[in-house]
Ligand binder design. Structure first.
Ligand code: GUN
Length: 290
């Protein structure tokens, strides 16, 4: 069993990006600038956004964090997005999800200019991705592809099972893994909360991507010997023995599943780190107008 080390691979991606940014700066070109909008005080969202902003600093990107109270109205947010769309100094815009219930996620995603949509959530980017055209790919699936690529994991003809059908991870992941590319080329089954025979389907998988947000859902008796297991889960579970009062749990029962795998991602240090690196790659592409 080999660990897919997201920390290591994401560092390599970030080092490469830093070199590219240094070159841009030496050439007198514009420094990539990412704006993150965070609404409310959701603990997990705070952590993710803080990490995105910190990583911008490490690479040499400019970043701006805009915070709103969770009582903000939709029109104010949409007006701010319009302003940022029109601001040539800004290359990438992300609005951290989930949003408070008075704000339509669909309206917000649609409002972000597709060429600044570094999350890859805009229908225009999703549509292009589905057709295999150049597009910003949602950061978590993109990060997983980079990890598969780094470890030369064969996908051609493999059966990939994706658990979870969110617009952010499961659905785009299922599409990307089925594409005729080096990191696609799988036969893909997308499982979700209404899937019957989940265990039988998972047992047929060469590659499993667990992205349903249920701590330790994937058990050892659901995994074939030699499978590749990618764990997207990052749920906070109360743990009084920890200083913060919680532990981070993945969607995979790691201790029991790992011995059966050829490769597995740990939590933390797996997919999470890759997600941020992938977002940074999208931001550089946006700055370069690609
Ligand atoms: N919430 C959970 N994951 C993401 C993400 O990748 N982007 C944004 N904007 N919000 C999220």
């Amino acid at each position: 069993m080999q660990i897919l080390d997201g920390k290591l691979v994401s560092q390599a991606v970030k080092d490469d990006l830093k070199k590219k940014v240094d070159t841009l700066k030496q050439e007198g070109k514009k420094t990539p600038h990412l704006v993150a909008i965070l609404i409310g005080t959701n603990g997990a969202s705070e952590t993710y956004v803080a990490s995105k902003v910190k990583t911008c600093g490490e690479i040499g990107f400019e970043s701006t964090l805009i915070r709103y109270e969770d009582t903000i109205d939709e029109a104010t947010l949409l007006k701010k997005i319009e302003e940022l769309n029109a601001d040539a100094a800004i290359d990438g815009i992300l609005v951290q999800l989930p949003l408070p219930k008075q704000i339509s996620e669909e309206k917000v995603i649609n409002a972000i200019a597709a060429e600044k949509d570094v999350d890859g959530f805009h229908p225009s980017n999703i549509g292009k991705m589905v057709q295999g055209q150049p597009a910003y790919i949602p950061a978590t699936p993109y990060g997983i592809l980079l990890l598969l690529e780094h470890y030369n994991i064969e996908t051609k003809g493999k059966h990939a099972v994706v658990i979870g059908r969110s617009n952010i991870v499961g659905r785009p992941m299922s599409i990307l893994l089925s594409q005729n590319t080096a990191t696609g080329n799988c036969t893909v089954t997308l499982c979700h909360s209404h899937t019957k025979n989940m265990k039988e389907i998972c047992l047929q998988a060469d590659i499993i991507v667990a992205a349903l947000g249920k701590p330790e859902f994937l058990k050892a008796d659901m995994v074939k010997e030699g499978a590749v297991v990618i764990d997207v889960g990052i749920t906070r579970v109360e743990d009084k023995t920890k200083k913060k009062g919680y532990a981070i749990k993945g969607d995979v029962d790691f201790e029991a599943v790992a011995p059966k795998c050829s490769y597995i991602t740990p939590v933390p240090g797996g997919v999470g780190a890759m997600t941020i690196a992938a977002l940074m790659k999208n931001t550089l592409l946006a700055a370069e107008g690609k």
